[in-house]
Design a protein around this ligand. Structure first.
Ligand code: ADP
Ligand code: ADP
Length: 231
């Protein structure tokens, strides 16, 4: 259902330097967790390990989803359970509808339109007379950064995974685009467990738990209110 646990996780990319050092935390089902910390603190590494871009060695701790070690889950079912919205999505040189529906077998044009709406793409909805594979409408590759993010959000809404990994762009979008994206992200995050590399203050403030990382370790954790009370 989307409960995540990191249990004493250690990780090194090169066998010499430490990327994560004894990291333990839980994300209860449906909760949102914001990862904050300087560049190099280990935020991306946490997301990459959960998605199994890299595997933990024996004795380097465990990562569990709903109590099950992710090394015992097939890559395919793991990736079905996890949706990723990266900073910068690479889209196919095809219609927006195709880009949204890609990977979701049996999605109808209505499903795609509904996902596009939830991703705040009202003004961008195109018709799919012969289904979403029709190569009509605007091409994914020509979209702006904000529009690409909305396509990624719509695609993830359609996939409907219990877990979300979000990497917020450090390269700022303009303010009005940013606001639209925020609404779309709220629709996406609602009811799912999420781990976000958080740069936006609004994401940090609205997270259920904030994990502060430094040099591969969690140095503080708590709600926004709790962390403010510490200072
Ligand atoms: P961010 O703060 O957005 O995570 P970073 O500067 O930490 O940006 O990293 C950008 C990318 O560069 C990361 O996705 C990572 O894969 C890569 N990277 C970071 N450090 C190293 C390194 N020491 N060796 C190789 N690649 C690295
Ligand atoms: P953050 O996302 O917080 O910026 P990362 O998780 O990317 O931090 O990096 C944690 C540590 O791992 C840093 O010391 C970084 O240089 C190193 N690192 C990240 N990616 C790579 C990589 N692909 N190869 C080698 N070292 C990396």
């Amino acid at each position: 259902d989307g409960e995540i646990e990191f249990d004493n996780v250690n990780f090194s990319y090169d066998g010499r330097t430490t990327a994560l050092n004894g990291v333990s935390f839980k994300v209860p089902k449906g909760a949102s967790v914001a990862l904050v910390g300087e560049s190099g603190a280990g935020k991306s590494t946490i997301l990459r390990l959960l998605y199994r871009f890299y595997d933990l060695g024996e004795g380097d701790g465990r990562i569990l989803i709903d109590g099950q070690d992710i090394r015992d889950v097939t890559q395919k079912s793991l990736r079905q359970a996890i949706g990723v919205v990266p900073q910068d999505s690479i889209l196919f040189n095809s219609s927006i509808g195709y880009n949204i529906g890609y990977g979701k077998l049996g999605a109808t044009p209505e499903d795609i339109e509904a996902a596009a709406k939830s991703a705040q793409m009202h003004e961008r909805i195109i018709s799919f007379p012969d289904g979403y594979e029709t190569k009509v409408g605007e091409r994914g590759v020509r979209l702006s950064g904000g529009e690409k993010q909305r396509v990624a959000i719509a695609r993830t809404l359609l996939k409907n995974p219990p877990i979300l990994l979000l990497d917020e762009a450090t390269s700022a979008l303009d303010t009005s685009t940013e606001k639209d994206i925020q609404k779309a992200l709220q629709n996406l995050v609602q009811g799912r467990s999420s781990l976000s590399i958080a740069h936006r203050l609004s994401t940090i403030a609205s997270a259920d738990v904030i994990l502060v990382l430094k040099d591969g370790q969690i140095v503080e954790q708590g709600s926004h209110k709790e962390l403010l009370a510490h200072d």
